[in-house]
Design a protein around this ligand. Structure first.
Ligand code: SF4
Length: 765
């Protein structure tokens, strides 16, 4: 006997609907795309297709682990929580709250519990040492949107299905399946764009799969997108093409200022640095201005660079100046179904990190300085680390040094289903339930989706005996962080979380529950608990909600449950000026911190024409770290390293699925044939890659898909370390590219790590 369940795939940002067949022991026997899904209409990629293998992974932990006599041994939940409480309380009492750091991995935005219960945990810890994968990823976009629109979460996305021209910088959506742009079946949507006569332009040092299918591929030098975008702005202004459009005319400030800032960046001046002909840059600007509906979209390659915030800002500046922000076919703001607390005007750099003085952004410090905070003595030194779905050893800069630093901490607690490169250092590992044992709703990605959509998946499989749900683990840790000792009354803690959510909703004049009575609303929510209860509240208070009766046909969780294939809430609609939360109430196109940083970009252009060295907040004085020991400082030999995505992986999390890699070596160093020949490297041989931070050894893949002088590596590999319990991932080989990433290289505005555009030397191994 089999049964079929409908679920949203949580494995990437595309949020595809799945039809999953389960046998009578709740094992997955088949996964197909859900053809009735209102958004994905049956699309499925190889990662989604192997969900069953992931669910059945024998390396997945079924019980907590606690370190005893140096070994991680199986333990009961009560024993594990008691161990956390005893040791955490001692550290908090002796060293204060900042002695405990928390690191949040990227999977937290893919779970409902992660979206709703991380905040209570972080608040309960009362630490300023909050870190996440955002600062090795999209943090510059949050910061630039914070300054432009007043809200770091107000990120405009391409109105992909209605545009005539899509310009992609530093992204490979055919392979990533979209990021900061939730759109199932990206390959199909890009094909549809060209079929309806639209054009695709890709700006990328590599001829990616997206670039292969583009009308134009501009093989830009890594890290120079900001120069190119300023040259586009320069051209728009010089040729009289800049026009914000009637719809924005009264809602934008700083147009003249940003145009003046672009004056030094004529296409003819930046062309050599960008490696793009001035004529091609001017043609791009004209095409953007002349297209009926156009949009510029920048992704990872534009944010993990020395000018990450500047580049993220300029993407939206170009969209504004071509009249394409907030109108159909341009860059638009989704309106998700859940209620979001009203935002105060964006505040940034409210505090600075203890050791390197890096700025806080969206409530956290850059993870590029976590190592410094662990190893540098003094008040506030990090002595304990809680990771939630995170693997910073493989995912963040200076991986080898961070590995050693985490190993020396007084306490490491990992909420993680695996013993990974990071959680192998844990004193306690707390495994969350399997994917199908959890309910699912995409709070984060519905706010980045190219259509307004709501889709809920109830848990499909019962929890194992004794297994707490993910939200119960997080709330128990929160209660422990507040000084309580196990056993924790999770429902009492959850009642407190609900009360705070109710207070926030009734205090928001824009919510459909504004001014209602908290006790009355709480009574309406009886019968549910945990994330479902919170989600029901947020949906009913949200812009499409039923307001508990005030809007008869509105949304509620019950209504979503009756629509397992999701509810389509329609195409994106213009949202300016209502969306803006800047102090002025306008789009601030020339915010002071970004304006001030333009001088650095110009110096970079003057000093380094034709080169790509990123800036550094301090020269690295550490000895190089290696996975193949060497005591020599590297001599760069003119190559620049960039990252790479693969359809069959997702950061460090999907490497233990044998059916995904299919025995292929995915972690290779791609290099242009001429660069390879110059260095005596052949396809399939091994090369040593050295940077200022460290060195790794990887197999060589010779390809003309990269421009000369550029090499690429995927990240998230390097699992074969003592103590890691990932059988497939360990045997698959690969090296940790973050060993090469110097933690001192950051975008100074956001503190985001520089992972693209690293100077490296490559020699035969
Ligand atoms: S594209 Fe993403 S959401 Fe869709 S099936 Fe693949 S991994 Fe899942």
């Amino acid at each position: 006997m089999t049964r079929t369940v409908i679920r949203t795939c949580p494995l990437c940002e595309a949020t595809c609907g799945l039809r999953i067949e389960l046998d009578d022991t709740d094992q997955v026997v088949a996964v197909r795309g859900d053809t009735d899904d209102v958004f994905s209409a049956g699309y499925l990629c190889p990662k989604g297709a192997t969900l069953g293998e992931l669910e059945a992974d024998p390396d997945r932990l079924a019980t907590p682990r606690v370190r005893r006599d140096g070994q991680l041994v199986e333990a009961g939940w009560e024993e594990a929580f008691e161990e956390v409480a005893t040791r955490l309380h001692a550290i908090q009492a002796e060293h204060g709250p900042d002695a405990v750091a928390i690191y949040l991995g990227n999977p937290n935005v893919h779970t409902l519990a992660g979206q709703l219960y991380i905040r209570p945990l972080a608040k309960a810890l009362r630490t300023t040492n909050i870190y996440s994968a955002s600062s090795v990823d999209q943090l510059p976009k949050h910061v630039s949107c914070g300054y432009l629109f007043g809200d770091p979460l107000a990120i405009p996305v391409p109105d992909l299905d209605r545009t005539d021209l899509l310009v992609v910088l530093g992204g490979n959506p055919r392979v990533s399946n979209g990021s900061l742009m939730t759109a199932p079946d990206l390959p199909g949507r890009l094909t549809a764009l060209r079929r309806r006569g639209g054009r695709l332009v890709v700006v990328d040092p590599a001829r990616t799969r997206t670039a292969e299918r583009a009308d134009v591929h501009l093989a830009v030098r890594p890290g120079t997108d900001a120069l190119l975008l300023f040259a586009v702005v320069h051209t728009l202004a010089e040729e009289g093409l800049a026009d914000v459009g009637d719809h924005l005319r009264d809602h934008v400030r700083g147009v003249d200022e940003v145009v003046a800032l672009a004056a030094p960046f004529a296409p003819e001046r930046v062309a050599a640095a960008c490696g793009i002909d001035a004529a091609a840059i001017r043609a791009l600007a004209r095409e953007l201005a002349e297209a009926e509906r156009a949009v510029v979209y920048g992704r990872l390659g534009t944010s993990t660079v020395a000018f990450g915030t500047t580049t993220s800002w300029l993407v939206d500046v170009v969209n504004v100046l071509t009249g394409n922000l907030d109108r159909p076919g341009g860059a638009m703001f989704p309106l998700p179904a859940h209620h979001r607390a009203p935002r105060r005007p964006f505040r940034h750099a409210r505090r600075h990190s203890r050791v390197r003085g890096l700025p806080e952004a969206i409530g956290e410090f850059p993870v590029a300085t976590l190592y410094d905070e662990i190893v540098t003595p003094g008040e506030g030194q990090v002595r304990a680390l809680i990771t939630v779905a995170g693997n910073p050893v493989l995912s963040t800069p200076d991986g080898a040094r961070l590995d050693a630093a985490i190993a020396g901490l007084d306490l490491v607690v990992a909420v993680d289903p695996y013993v990974t490169a990071t959680s192998r250092h844990a004193d306690v590992v707390l495994p969350p339930p399997r994917i199908l044992q959890r309910s699912h709703y995409d709070l984060a990605f519905s706010a980045l989706a190219i259509r307004n959509v709501a889709n809920h998946s109830p848990a499909a499989v019962a929890l194992d005996d004794q297994q707490p749900d993910e939200w119960e683990i997080l709330l128990t840790l929160a209660a422990i962080a507040l000084g309580q000792s196990p056993p924790i009354e999770v429902d009492a803690a959850d009642a407190f979380v609900l009360h705070q959510a109710l207070e926030a909703v009734v205090a928001d004049p824009s919510a459909r529950l504004a001014t209602r009575d908290v006790d009355e609303l709480r009574a309406h929510l009886d019968g549910r608990r945990g994330p479902e209860r919170l989600l029901d509240l947020l949906l009913r208070a949200g812009p499409y909600g039923d307001g508990f009766g005030s809007h008869e046909d509105g949304l509620s969780l019950a209504r979503l449950e009756a629509h397992p294939h999701g509810i389509d809430l329609g195409p994106l609609q213009p949202r300016v000026p209502q969306l803006l939360t800047t102090a002025s109430g306008s789009i601030e196109l020339a915010p002071e911190p970004l304006v001030s940083d333009v001088a650095r970009l110009e110096r970079h252009l003057d000093d380094r024409v034709g080169t790509d060295a990123p800036s550094t907040d301090a020269p690295s004085t550490d000895p190089p770290s290696t996975d193949a020991p060497s005591t020599d400082r590297p001599n760069t030999n003119g190559l620049v390293l960039i990252g790479r995505r693969h359809l069959r992986t997702n950061n460090s999390w999907s490497h233990n699925v044998a059916g995904l890699a299919k025995g292929q070596q995915l972690c290779t160093l791609r290099i242009h044939p001429d660069d390879a020949a110059e260095r005596g490297l052949a396809d399939g041989t091994a090369a040593v890659v050295r940077s200022a931070a460290g060195e790794i050894t990887v197999p060589v893949e010779v390809t003309d898909a990269l421009r000369r002088g550029v090499v690429s590596l995927p990240h998230g590999f390097g699992h074969d370390l003592d103590g890691v319990e990932l059988t497939v991932a360990r045997s698959a080989g690969g090296a940790n590219s973050n060993v090469l990433a110097d933690r001192h290289l950051v975008d100074p505005i956001s503190g985001n790590a520089v992972l693209n555009g690293l100077d490296v030397e490559v020699v035969p191994a």
